[in-house]
Design a binder for this molecule. Sequence first.
Ligand code: XBP
Ligand code: MG
Length: 263
Amino acid sequence: MRAMLRAVLWDVDGTLAETERDGHRVAFDRAFEAAGLPWRSDVDTYGRLLEVAGGYERLLHDMASRPDAPRDPVECEALARCLHRTKNEAYAELVAAGGTALRPGVRRVIDACRDADIAQAIVTTTSRVNVDALLSRAIGVDWSARFAAMVCAEDAPAKKPDPLAYEVALERLALDAREAVAIEDSPNGLAAARACDIAVLVTRSVYFRDADIAGAAAACDDLDSVVRGTFGTARRIDVATLEAIAFAAASWPTRPSPRTPAR
Ligand code: XBP
Ligand code: MG
């Protein structure tokens, strides 16, 4: 079956920029400090928490093991909401100050896809305001003109590895899974896209350098690096490489849709 690449679906955190290590982690610490809390996350500790997708959910998970966090669930959730809000404000300040540059090759591939008339979408568990803060700074105020669809936490409250965000993206783009390639950095993101039968290129971020990425169609250290996959090997990611990834993945057996009960 000949696959035609019609869309590239971009994860945000870890894929476009190292926003987890340099953005959200630092912003959480600033929120803790502003609230007079002694909690801090060093790079490794925060990395372990990334197993939980969603900043609010991650914070609640972290608070569950902190002896000085409120024990009452209502109090705990109220504090987490307040800290998460402050974290997002601090995140906006950090990215506006240029603390989270795009990863190598990201801008080049976004522009190449635009020039080749390949649709692009944002598919992320972070909220819209955070995507806007990051891309306004990294690309410019007109950044959203490059994207045909944007699926954020507000659009898909069930977070990766739940496939909802990718389901919504395919629906909004009116595309079949085999017409898209997702670019992801994390096992949760990979699982979400694969559950929809979308071919995934993994660009390994600092936190997931050694993660298990079984099921990925191809992988690279960043988009300017050598990429290897079922299609073969290429010097770096460009439109031809993305097309080759989609083409090779099209011969894989189709997976049942996650929302379609198995017969
Ligand atoms: C990664 C996430 C996000 C961020 C924090 O999203 O799990 O939750 O860590 O953002 P993705 P919020 O890799 O899908 O881009 O605090 O807004 O949740
Ligand atoms: Mg990610």
